[in-house]
Write a protein that binds this ligand. Structure first.
Ligand code: AHR
Length: 333
């Protein structure tokens, strides 16, 4: 707020010049100081549709009309860029730092700097491994292990309903950015299920980095080794779209009834269109609309009210056999 006070003070002076005493505006300094909260937001990048929606949602929620001044930085998938942006926010003496960490490790020193500067840090979307719980004020995001559990439970039930529970199931696994919370959670759930089901085999495990292009490339290489595939477990919609394109080019049908069962995460609009067509059999939601949660927490902190440290967002899932056009049209993203 300190920076802002200086800005407001200058504005007051500028407004005062050229106005007679009667014409002088209401005390601008007091009003603006009460209203505007300065937030620095370091976003990991723009690797997926999900990420673009998340950025737009945070930007539109932390708007001036809503009482904020937002400094935004896109780290372009580089952790160093995120650290540099957070350090810049500390130097600018913002009121809050919000960031979506690329991976879980490597944040202790910079968060220590924020703590020393008394700036509350709100971690969103992905989680961090930290030596000291006091290094961040709150976390808002998904329970990624739970998302993975929903996916493997759905697959188990689906195979059972089709009488395929004892069949040899060959799974291709396309992972997200290695070391990020969604990758760690969704991978852990699948690997646990593979251990529990001796007839499930992981025939390939490759990194698609949460992008359509990388998933298309790695799926293409897997298909050169084998086309005997029952399930492709992709860790986001972009990867699912890339993998499906590669499989279709190779002559495989993505269809839970007569072909490859594709599982995806995010439930973006395009991902749900693929679900409606059956190309994606199951799409587990990962909710990108985190802006209102951030706003609520900051406003509570401003009023000195207690907050929850860990805030998981409610999420659902969509199955090819029950999704409808109406369901997709009613969604906010
Ligand atoms: O951290 C959320 C994940 O990151 C989403 O599943 C993915 O689409 C994004 O890039």
């Amino acid at each position: 707020m300190k920076k802002l006070i200086a800005v407001c003070f200058c504005l007051t002076i500028l407004f005062s010049i050229g106005c007679s005493k009667e014409e002088q505006p209401e005390p601008v300094l007091g009003n603006m100081e009460d209203k505007l909260i300065v937030v620095g937001f370091s976003q990991v990048g723009a690797e997926s549709e999900w990420r673009v929606t998340n950025t737009e949602n945070v930007k539109s929620t932390l708007s001036e009309e809503n009482g904020y001044v937002l400094f935004f930085d896109d780290a372009r998938q580089e952790q160093e860029n995120q650290i540099r942006a957070i350090r810049m926010f500390i130097q600018q003496d913002v009121d809050y730092i919000v960031f979506s960490p690329k991976v879980e490790t490597g944040w202790n020193s910079i968060l220590m700097e924020a703590k020393e500067a008394n700036i509350p840090v709100i971690v969103i979307d992905r989680y961090i491994e930290q030596q000291d719980e006091e290094l961040y004020t709150a976390y808002i995001g998904s329970d990624f292990y739970k998302e993975g559990e929903i996916a493997v439970k759905w697959l188990t039930d689906f195979l059972r309903k089709r009488g395929r529970e004892d069949e040899h199931i060959r799974i291709v696994h396309i992972q997200g950015t290695i070391g990020s919370t969604p990758q760690l959670g969704r991978t852990a759930a699948l690997e646990a299920a593979v251990k529990q089901n001796p007839n499930w085999e992981l025939v390939a495990q490759e990194c698609g980095d949460f992008t359509k292009a990388k998933a298309y490339e790695v799926m293409g290489s897997v298909l050169k080794q084998t086309k005997d595939i029952d399930v492709v477990y992709c860790e986001n919609d972009g990867e699912a779209l890339g993998a499906i394109a590669a499989m279709e080019e190779a002559g495989l049908k993505c269809d839970p009834n007569y072909g490859v069962i594709v599982i995806s995460f995010d439930a973006t609009r395009l991902g749900l269109e693929y679900c409606l067509s059956g190309k994606i059999a199951l799409n587990v939601e990962c909710n990108p609309l985190q802006g209102p949660y951030i706003d609520r927490i900051i406003k509570k902190l401003e009023r000195g009210e207690p907050i929850e440290k860990i805030n998981y967002i409610d999420e659902t899932y969509f199955d090819f056999s029950t999704i409808t056009r109406e369901i997709i049209d009613k969604r906010d993203y």
